[in-house]
Design a protein around this ligand. Structure first.
Ligand code: NAD
Ligand code: ZN
Length: 340
């Protein structure tokens, strides 16, 4: 048996720990990838804690921002080759045949597999990918820096597209973590006027340095009041990437009449909504889940053209439990990524 080292979730109550696991053999439509880098997303922490109504099955290897080199192809035809650099993603595969896949909404495929959740992910020296879905990584990029585009980047890019906010309009990014600090940059690159909301000053400073026109610390002031005053009536769009449910209720108050609120963040829990407010101000509230393969190609292209630069700190595979602790307490500015 050939083994490799991976950070494994063995139970929702225990810390994630590095173990030797068996190296899988790629099946049809699959490739074995030797990892170079992997971002650590807050979703991996939700997965390890069993935060969501649909649970992964321990033992499993989290991680869905992995980049590596194909070392072996499964049987059959592939449009990638050994030596190609590819990634994994949350959308590990989809069925291609359902109503959602047929209409360009493959992230909502009921038969989809999720990287690092229903399929082992990128917190290990090797991983399997489905070669029909694995993102192709553009030539000449810094792999550690590009890794967060595979989830954080594509997710916020898609959410900004879904908002239908036009160039010149205000877009609040609530939650300036791994997702949010990249969202500020996409919003700016797409011509929107980003406003940043978080509860930590260091994150707001980062947002400002990345192009946020205005920042609000929601711990110190009422963010709805501050945003309405700055924008003269509310922001046209609000994208919530925060990990606390309080931010979701506050998002409605920050929106302009007829504004659109897009939810990316996935804290377990609920938030209050005033029916009157939604009806009389004609608000649109929508969720957005990662992005399609086409969104991924576009999101990576923004990065490859130098319009987006994730702030990435490097760690090793043995540091995942520490990084989880820091994510939990809001102690990470930008993203942390494993270098193999
Ligand atoms: P992160 O921990 O890096 O960032 C979260 C940020 O939220 C931090 O900056 C924190 O200070 C901020 N925050 C906490 N409470 C807040 C509040 N009350 N108001 C404003 N900001 C607040 O996490 P991340 O990796 O950016 O992920 C964010 C969330 O998005 C997670 O719940 C994750 O599961 C989810 N996610 C969703 C998708 C999707 O497809 N919808 C994809 C990736 C991640
Ligand atoms: Zn993620």
């Amino acid at each position: 048996m050939t083994t490799f080292r991976a950070a494994l979730v063995e139970s929702f109550d225990a810390d994630i720990a590095v173990k030797d696991v068996e190296r899988p053999t790629p099946g049809p439509n699959q490739a074995l990838v030797k990892l170079i880098a992997s971002g650590i997303c807050h979703t991996d922490l939700h997965a390890a804690k069993g935060d969501w109504p649909v649970l992964p099955e321990p033992p499993f290897i989290p991680g869905h921002e992995g980049i590596g080199e194909i070392v072996e192809l499964g049987p059959g035809e592939h449009d990638v080759a050994v030596g190609d650099i590819v990634g994994n993603a949350w959308l590990w595969s989809a069925c291609a045949n359902c109503e959602f896949c047929r209409t360009g909404r493959e992230t909502f495929c009921p038969n989809a597999q999720y990287g690092g959740y229903t399929q082992n992910g990128s917190f290990g020296e090797y991983m399997l990918v489905d070669t029909r879905f694995a993102p192709r990584i553009p030539d000449g990029v810094d792999y550690l820096e590009a890794a967060p585009i595979l989830c954080a980047g594509v997710t916020v890019y898609k959410a900004l597209k879904v908002s239908n906010i036009r160039p010149g309009q205000f877009m609040v990014i609530s939650g300036i973590g791994g997702l949010g600090h990249i969202a500020v940059q996409y919003a700016k690159a797409m011509g929107m006027r980003p406003i940043a909301v978080d509860i930590a000053d260091s994150k707001l400073e980062l947002a400002k340095s990345l192009g946020a026109e205005f920042t609000v610390n929601a711990r110190d002031v009422d963010p709805a009041e501050a945003v309405r005053e700055f924008t003269n009536g509310g922001a046209h769009g609000v994208l919530v990437t925060a990990v606390h449910e309080k931010a979701f209720g506050q998002a409605l108050g920050m929106a302009r009449t007829n504004g659109t609120i897009v939810f990316n963040g996935l804290p377990p829990g609920e938030f209050p909504v005033s029916v009157f407010d939604v009806v009389f101000r004609g608000l649109t509230i929508t969720g957005s889940l990662v992005g399609t393969r086409q969104d991924m190609e576009e999101a990576l292209d923004f990065y490859a053209r130098g319009l987006i630069k994730p702030k990435v700190a490097e760690c090793g595979l043995d540091d995942v439990a520490d990084v989880f602790e820091k994510l939990e307490s809001g102690g990470i500015d930008g993203r942390v990524a494993i270098r193999y």
